[in-house]
Structures are given as C-alpha cells and as structure tokens.
Design a protein around this ligand. Sequence first.
Ligand code: SF4
Length: 916
Amino acid sequence: MPEYNLRGITVHFPHEAYNVQKAFMQSVLQALHEGSNALLESPTGTGKTLTLLCAALAWRQVFDTRHRMENLKEQNVYQDENLKKKMEEAISSHPELENWQAGAPKIYYASRTHSQLTQVVKELKNTIYKPKVCILGSREQLCIHEDVKLASSNATRTAMCRRKVASKACSYHSGTKEAKSFFQGEGEIMDIEDIVSFGTKHKACPFYLTKDSQLDADIILLPYNYIVDSTARKAMNIDLYNSIVIFDEAHNLESCCGEATSFELPMSTLRKCVQELKACQSAVVPNMSDSGLMSQSFGALADLLDRLRTTIDQIELSYSDELIKPGIFIYELLNMVEINSSTVGYLQQGIDSAVQVLTSLDSSNQSTFSLSNLSNALRMIFRTEYLVDDDQTFSMAHTKFYKVHIQNIKTAAGVSERQLNYWCFSPGLAMTDLVNLRVRCVILASGTLAPLSSFASELLLKFPVRLENAHVINANQAFIAVLPKGPAGTTLSSTYEQRRKPAYKNELGNTIVNFSKVVPEGLLVFFPSYAVMADCISTWRSTNGQNKSVWDRLTEQKQVFVEPKTKYEFSQAINGYYSRIKDPAFDGAIFMAVCRGKVSEGVDFADGRGRAVVVTGIPFAHSKDPKIVQKKNFLDDIRSTCTDLSQTISGNEWYQQQALRAVNQAIGRVIRHRNDYGAILLCDERFGNPSIISQLSAWIRDYVKVYQNFGEVQTKLTKFFRDMKHDGPSSTSDATRLERHSSAHTREAAFARRPINLGGDDSEGSGPVTIRNYNPRTTIMALNEYSILRDNQIPKTQREHSGSDAKRGVTATLEEAQAYSTEIATLGHDKHRQYKQIVRQFKRKEIGIEPFIDGLIDIFIGENRLDLLRRFRIFLPHKHIQLFDRVLRAQELIPDNTDVAEISHDEFQAKKRRIE
Ligand code: SF4
C-alpha cells in the first residue's frame, strides 16, 4: 500500500494518490495540526471520503503514539539511554501535536444519510487503518424488538422503547450487557446491517450496543443532525469536547442546521395535542409516576394548550395575511398563557407522561403523537443552554437569529388554518454550539461548497484552511457547453415568463431529442422543479397534427424514466433505468429528474449510467415563499448594520448561490472517477452570464464554453463521444481537448453585454431580478486585495529599459499602483468594495481571467470610469493582456485595431456615451 509523507505525517493510501488527493490530505492535516476549521471542496469522483479518512486516521495514529510515548517517558520506563534518545527524537518530530496529555481526539464523521455512512464504512475497509468504529443510528434502523420496530414513527418507537426498558420488558435490552464484551471484538468493521445481524444473533439490542460503544471508539460515524441538533446530541450522549468533527457532503449542512433550530406548528397540531391529552385524562393509568402530574392534570394541560391555540388564532394579521415579529416575541406569545421558563418544566413533564400513556393505549403501534412534536418545539425554545443562572433567567441573545411568523395556510385538504413558525435564519447558531462545546476542529467537505466565503460567513465560524480542488480527470474527459439557443434558434431560458411558452418547451424538447441521438448510454436531464418537469413532459406528449410528438421522438431514441416523489416508486424507476442501460438490446435510457431531488443529491451515475447531464434551468426557490422573503430580509438587515460588508452576504446573493449550488450538485452526478468521462450541457442562456459561470464549481468554471450555434455543439458532442469511444478517456488528443473560450466567436458570446433576466424560477408573477455581482463574499483570510497590483510590479529602471513593454502597458510601478488604488477608492464605497472583492477572487482563483475582466467592465462602465478600465491593463500579467484587449473590442469599448493603451480618455468617453 503506497505511503506519503505529508506535513510530517506518514499517510497510508490504498492506491497511488493523485495530486488532488494529496492536496486534499495536506489541507486536512493542516487543519488537524493547527486545530483550525477547514472548508474543503473537491469535485465528486475525487475520492473525498477516502482521503478524509486516511489523513484523519493517520494523524490520529501519530497523536496516539506520541501520547503513549510521552506517558512511558514520564514513567521513566526506558532505562536504555539510546532507546530513550530515539524516543525523544520521535516525540520532538511532532511538536505540533500539543495537548497530547488529553489523549487522541475522537473523530466524529458525519454525513447526511445512513446510506452515505454505509459508503464511508466501505471506504474505511479499503484502508490499512483499523480504528475502533462506532456507527450511530436511530431506533428506526437499529431496533429489533418484534413490536417496537413496527411503530409508525420514530417518536412512537422511542416512547415504546423507553417504556419497555423502564419496565425491563425488552429481552434484547437485557442481553446487551453480556454482548457488549465481544461486540467490538469480532474484528470486522461493521455497518448498520452487520450490527443488526450481530444483535439478532446474540439477542442484544443494536441501538444500545452502538450508543454505549462510542465511549471506546476512535471514530464515530453518525448522521449530521446528531451533531447539530442539541436534543439529539443529548439523547445520544454525544460528547464533542476536544473532538474532531468532519461533515462530509457538507453542502446540506445549512439546511440541516436550520431544521434543527426551527419549527412550524399548525393549529391542527395543537388541536390534536388537546385531543390526545383529553384521551389520557379519561384513561385509567395504573402505576404511573405522578411527579409531574401532581401539580397539573392532563385536563389542565389540555385547557392550557387550547388557550394557546385560541390566542394564536386571535392574533390580528397584516394586510398580507401574516404577522412577522422579532424572535423574542415567541417568549411574549407563550407568556400570554403563562408558559415561561418557570412553568415549562412542568408542562414538559406532563407532555412526556402523556406520550407514555398514549403509547401504552395504542395497541396498533401505528399512531404518531402530536404531543411529541410540541414537546420538541418547547425544548427548542427553552433550551437549558440559554439559562444564565439558577433562577430560570434566560439569555435572549439567540433570538436575534430568529423571526416569529404567523400566517394562514391551506392544508392538503384545502382547509384554511393558522400556523405559527419560529424560523432560525442563521445556520451559525447551531454551529457556534460546537465552539462552545470546545470541539478541536470542524472540517467541512463537499463537491459543491463554492463560493466558500459565503458558506463560511453563514456558519459564523472562522475557516482558516480552505481548498477548492481541481478534478482528477484530464480536460478532454469532459465536454462542457452553454446553449443559449436550441436547434431552431429559439432562446432557451427557463425564467418564469419564458418557460410557459410552447415555443420554449418545444425548443427544449427538440434540443434533448438531438442530444439523445448522439449521447451514448445514460442521459440525465435536470429540471428546476417538479412543476416545470411535469409541464414540459405534458407539452412534449401532445401531438402536433400529423407530426410525431417530442415525446415519441425521444422514446424512439431511448426509454425515458421520470423521477417520482415516493420512495418505493423511486427505487423502481432507478432500477429500471440501470437495467435498460446495461441491456445491449437498447441504446441506453434517459432519466428526467429535478434539481435538489433524490437523483441530484445522492445517486451515483458513474460510467454508462450518466454519459451526459442536461440542466434545463436555474432552480431558484419560490421568491415569494415567506421563509425565503424573511431569510433575504434577515441577511439584508445584517448587512445594513455591518461595518465590514465583506463579512456579510446580501439576500439576493444568498438566493442566487442556493440555486447555483443545486446546479453544481446535479452536474456532479456524471464523471465519478479518474477514468470516467461525460458531457455537461447547460441549456439556459443565463448560464452564459459570467456572474453565473463564476459560481459554478471551480473545476468547471474555466472550461465552460458558450455556443451561439446549436449545430456546432451537436458536431462537437458527436466528436467528443466518438473520440472517447475510440481513444478512451486517457487520450490527450488536441482534437478532443476542451477549449477555454478560445475562439473570438465564443468569447464574444460569453461576454455579451445585453442584460439577462436571472429572475426566480418558481415565482408566480415575480418580476425579474438582475444580479450582476461576482462571488461577492470575501473573508478575513483573503489575500490583500491589491496584491495583484504588487505582483506585477517590476523596478522602474527595468521598465524604462523596456520601451515596447512600457508602451503595451505590461508592468506597473509601485507609485502607479498606489495612485491607481487611491483613484479607485474615490469611486464610492460600493464600487470600491466590488472592485476589492473581484480582485481577491481572481487572486484566489475563484474566478478565471474572463469573468474577472467582465467584472471589471461592470464596475467601470459609467461616468469617468472607462479611463480607469483602460489603465487596469498595466497591472495584468502579460499573458492576459491580449485577451483583455480583445474583450474590450468585443464589447465595443475600443475601436478595432486600436491598442487599448493608446486610446485617449476622450475617445473612451465618446465610446461610452454611444454605448449608454
Ligand atoms: S431496547 Fe432496543 S430492541 Fe428493545 S425496544 Fe428498545 S431499541 Fe428496540
């Protein structure tokens, strides 16, 4: 097994590591050495999980060894001087591993789902490392009790389990103690299925076996919410002190944190709570502990909750049928019915007792109790962490992250009812818990974190270690194209206004028909939402006179599968698609799915399963959704009170980034390993906008090419797959290499200056939103914004000897850089900030040269600014000068055949006036 010395640590890797994998491991080790948080993006297919595991376990092993050696040294075990010297040398070779006295930190490795954790176990088995592993799951996955496992909800299952454990009525729980001694001793690293088999074989409870085994474990695998949700953390006895917390697939962390700290309570739930309490009241409850019920009977609790419901129902709403209040209002609201920090304990006890009673009454085990939901909501509001002293005083600092929202909603049955929402808009609230718990470091890894700066600022943590990794494939293994127009020349744009037009839908359908003729095996098509997908499919199915419908022509090429919403139908559809791909009698298949759906999030389409991915639009969330509106307002409010704008993100920036992350996630379905290949076809003109390109994953950005001519794409796509079939993915034939906007034609297309509507896709009647900013977030760790100027300085004397260079404006002196910076600062705060951001992004390779130049043009278009744009040329690296000139010409900012450096200020002004 190959080994690598990275940052002084020997890392064993199961195969020859690619450079990107080594770079990734270096970053992990840096974070671990320094005890710093890390934000690491690496494309899907680059072996993130394996590299994370190998680096973290190698580091932990060294830490552990040093800990043991120091202990031996202290006990003066070694009498032999030579041996002692060697041991001291070994110890001093890792001075960075301070705090060794505390023992090696535990690694908490979190992923979103248990199927992803099963994948982690598989990867772990491929390494040389044999740590003690604990995998935490819920009773839903681990309970083996014949009745309890059949319960309809996890809340019911938990209540049933607790009752059986308390009354010693579960034989599996009784058998756990005996089985514990050999649970970890059977050698193999176990996944959930193995643990359930072990429990069944030894008649021991898998849930309690794993929960208890975390104490001795070196690495604990668990779903995200066990870490970010304080209630789950406590229930599972998770102790994060001095631990390393790794979040894999961390792009979902923001929403997971939001869910863990928010709730939505429809009044029908409160009504059901009242009914449940009344059912308890009339039931005979033998042998029940009455400590909580001595003071308040079930009947009194029912009255209390009914008063709460009436109070909420009677609140006057605004003309827009909603009420929005600061987070602190939740305490005022609950206090109206005397639910406060002094009384909530009794209420909670009463609810917990009622749930136990209901569980004992429910012979079917199929009931889900609304009281359990209410109990969770109360725990969230009155978290004991917010208590500041013993007399039940609460700190209200957290409420600034919240909004109370009351609205009238329509239920699935079409009935109108009121709903209380308590929304947390900062995922950072959950993450700062980790800081308070004194976690050693937090590592976030995903294929789609970009832009990293905004991700970091949302989480309210400092991430000194950052990486945006390249892909493991050669450039010629991916064909990446933006198609602003379809085969008939109709614009492809999935904005709300455009996507309802039959002409657009037919053009999109014909585009996919054309692709299906040249893409071999599997073709994935992603839509912005289920509604858009259904609408397109319905239009494509309808016939047009004598002509075949789009659907008929599609199915003549390949069988089409459509992503369903239910779990059962989903596995049927995906299995049908896989088997059709494998069947040589057919020419592959098409899978139509939605961004943010199951397919785009977690399904692997390696090799033939996904030879091309078509993205038909940008999946903006519904812009009028109250939660989206409030989140945007929340971010804008923070920004308006913040002195350092680079540490904040505007509502619109967040809105756009969310949509682009979903696109990146969908794109990541294809090209899953070093020898894979595939095409990425972005069929919406908005993808050609540089501000959109700059938010695609780093490995794609520089290779995106905008084609104005559909025929050209079709020809190149055909050739791409032909070359891949004949030469294989390792070929580096120039003919098949990806080009980086290399032709003037493409460049002009990419830099077309006409305004593009980036409006919210799912917004019924929403107006266009024009977004022109470039990756607008920066960080404390950003490089000095002016360093691009300094990097290109050469001594003046040298420049004076190089007359032609000076004339072409290749270099700048320090004085020129300083003078230029001073002038930029006079453009006003917003422009200056925009300028600093884009320079930083370019320096940090977050954007390529082309979006960078286009961003500069955006900043400098306007009164008296074109001269500054011209002068920026002297600060550019020599290799970019020609491109800079060509782009300005394509924008008609300078006449053809004129050297940019030679244009006078007046000429620029005249040009500018003509353009404006
Ligand atoms: S103790 Fe274990 S097996 Fe028994 S009911 Fe609880 S989770 Fe199920």
